[in-house]
Design a protein around this ligand. Structure first.
Ligand SMILES: Nc1nc2c(ncn2[C@@H]2O[C@H](COP(=O)(O)OP(=O)(O)OP(=O)(O)O)[C@@H](O)[C@H]2O)c(=O)[nH]1
Ligand SMILES: [Mg+2]
Ligand SMILES: [Zn+2]
Length: 290
């Protein structure tokens, strides 16, 4: 099926059986406030003496706003062990968003040639996710990524400078994606990747995306407070065990989630993210979410 693989300056690049076709979006998308996304399956019109057009966007299975990509199976969250340092709150917020949208989050801790990432990867495996410690520089752990990609659309996301493009290059050297030094002074990446782009890799489709700053993700609105508990998959076995129905798992007596935390069945950093997210979302009304 024809799919948008890249968008630059109002032009969309659509992969078709006959090759890549440059298109413009038809005006009616603008009127409907619907912007074509990388990842969209589309119908296009080929015109002899005018620009080719995207005529129809097929219904999306799901979409992310940041990065703007649609029809996603896996969100591969890349976190550097150093510069920029990993931020579990940002990772957990992204995981929560994925749970809502039916996207499988996977977490890679990169740059483990500089600092060990096994302890953090174990935190996420204990919480029920696929998570590895890897190094794009040495190639350590990178082979484990390949089977995750086959037959899927996997979006690589994470802070600027975390090593998304470097990992993709390690998976397939023929990609030759541009990578950028992390600024020593600021301790963060320089936004080297400028737009989302789909590549065929390891029997699947991967999307390289521009990195974000942690602040952008912290500001994202997520869910209603009642739904947040369902966005932490490892809480699930305990949710019906709390003494009070409607337990927020914050300060209530007889809370089975807090008990599981004390017994080491829930990772402290994951519970801490839940607590911080709950504080963020507790005043959000349903109509404020879109
Ligand atoms: N030591 C070490 N450096 C790495 C590793 N992976 C990436 N880097 C370096 O980190 C810097 C940033 O890498 P990129 O691949 O450009 O990072 P990115 O996540 O694509 O960044 P944006 O495109 O800005 O979002 C580069 O200087 C890479 O060489 C690694 O495993 N070990
Ligand atoms: Mg990049
Ligand atoms: Zn509870």
């Amino acid at each position: 099926m024809d799919r948008i693989i890249k968008g630059i300056g109002g032009f969309y690049y659509v992969r078709t059986a006959a090759g890549i076709v440059e298109c413009k979006a038809r005006g009616h998308f603008r009127n409907k406030k619907m912007k074509p996304f990388v990842g969209d399956f589309v119908r296009i019109g080929i015109h002899e003496n005018a620009e080719n057009t995207i005529d129809e966007i097929l219904p999306r299975k799901n979409e992310l706003i940041r990065p703007p990509v649609s029809n996603i199976d896996n969100l591969i969250i890349v976190a550097g062990m150093v510069t920029p340092a990993p931020n579990t709150f940002v990772i957990d917020k992204l995981c929560a968003v994925c749970e809502l949208k039916g996207i499988e989050p996977m977490i890679l801790f990169n740059k483990t040639d500089l600092e060990d990432g096994e302890a953090l990867a174990a935190v996420y495996r204990n919480a029920g996710f696929t998570s590895f410690a890897v190094s794009a520089k040495t190639g350590a752990g990178v082979e484990q990524i390949k089977p995750l990609l086959a037959g899927k659309t996997s979006v690589f996301t994470g802070n600027s400078g975390a090593g998304k493009s470097s990992l993709l290059n390690k998976l397939d050297a023929s990609l030759s994606l541009q990578t950028g030094e992390v600024s020593e002074k600021l301790g963060r990446g320089r936004h080297t990747t400028r737009q989302c782009e789909i590549f065929s890799l390891c029997g699947g489709e991967v999307v390289d995306t521009p990195g974000f700053s942690s602040l952008e993700i912290e500001k994202l609105q997520t869910v209603l407070k009642e739904d947040l508990q369902f966005c932490f998959r490892e809480f699930e076995p305990f949710l019906n065990e709390c003494r009070f129905t409607g337990c927020a798992h914050m300060k209530e007596k007889g809370c089975a989630v807090k008990k599981a935390l004390e017994e080491g069945k829930i990772e402290p950093s994951r519970y801490e993210s839940y607590r911080m997210l709950y504080e963020q979302v507790k005043h959000i009304k349903e109509w404020e979410l879109k």
